[in-house]
Design a protein. Structure first.
Length: 137
């Protein structure tokens, strides 16, 4: 059986590649390792559920893609808005890498944009579900 630590390591290894790292200003982190108040484009992986009954183990993980808000002028007033172009570029690459991985069948269940006003960033939350088979049944 695998643990939440194992599945986060699998996802980290899938994403920690030059083709993704070269397009973000920050880094890739496992759950709760992202630096507090980071103002970079970061990716954070966390697992919210993983059954412990053997075969298959069913799990749900999140990949959060953080991008700093951009300042725009609307009617002469400066405002912070989501940098949707950067969020899309990075999330498209993340989805490509996840869906091309062949050792675990990841399915994208949900994707949404979330505003984190405390850190003046938006993030895309990609929720994955999967079944993990350690042995051939």
């Amino acid at each position: 059986m695998i643990s939440t630590f194992d599945i986060e390591t699998i996802l980290y290894d899938v994403l920690n590649v030059a083709s993704l790292k070269s397009i973000i200003s920050g880094d890739i982190y496992k759950s709760d390792d992202r630096p507090l108040n980071s103002d970079k484009e970061d990716i954070e992986i966390n697992t919210i559920a993983l059954t412990q009954e053997p075969y298959p183990q069913q799990g749900i993980s999140n990949i959060n893609i953080y991008v700093p808000d951009m300042e725009v002028s609307i009617d002469g007033k400066q405002q912070l808005k989501a940098n949707k172009a950067r969020l899309k570029t990075i999330s498209d690459k993340v989805k490509e890498l996840i869906l091309s991985y062949r050792k675990v069948c990841f399915m994208i269940d949900l994707e949404n944009i979330v505003n984190d006003t405390d850190i003046k960033q938006h993030f895309v939350n990609i929720r994955l579900s999967y079944n993990y088979y350690e042995k051939t049944i």
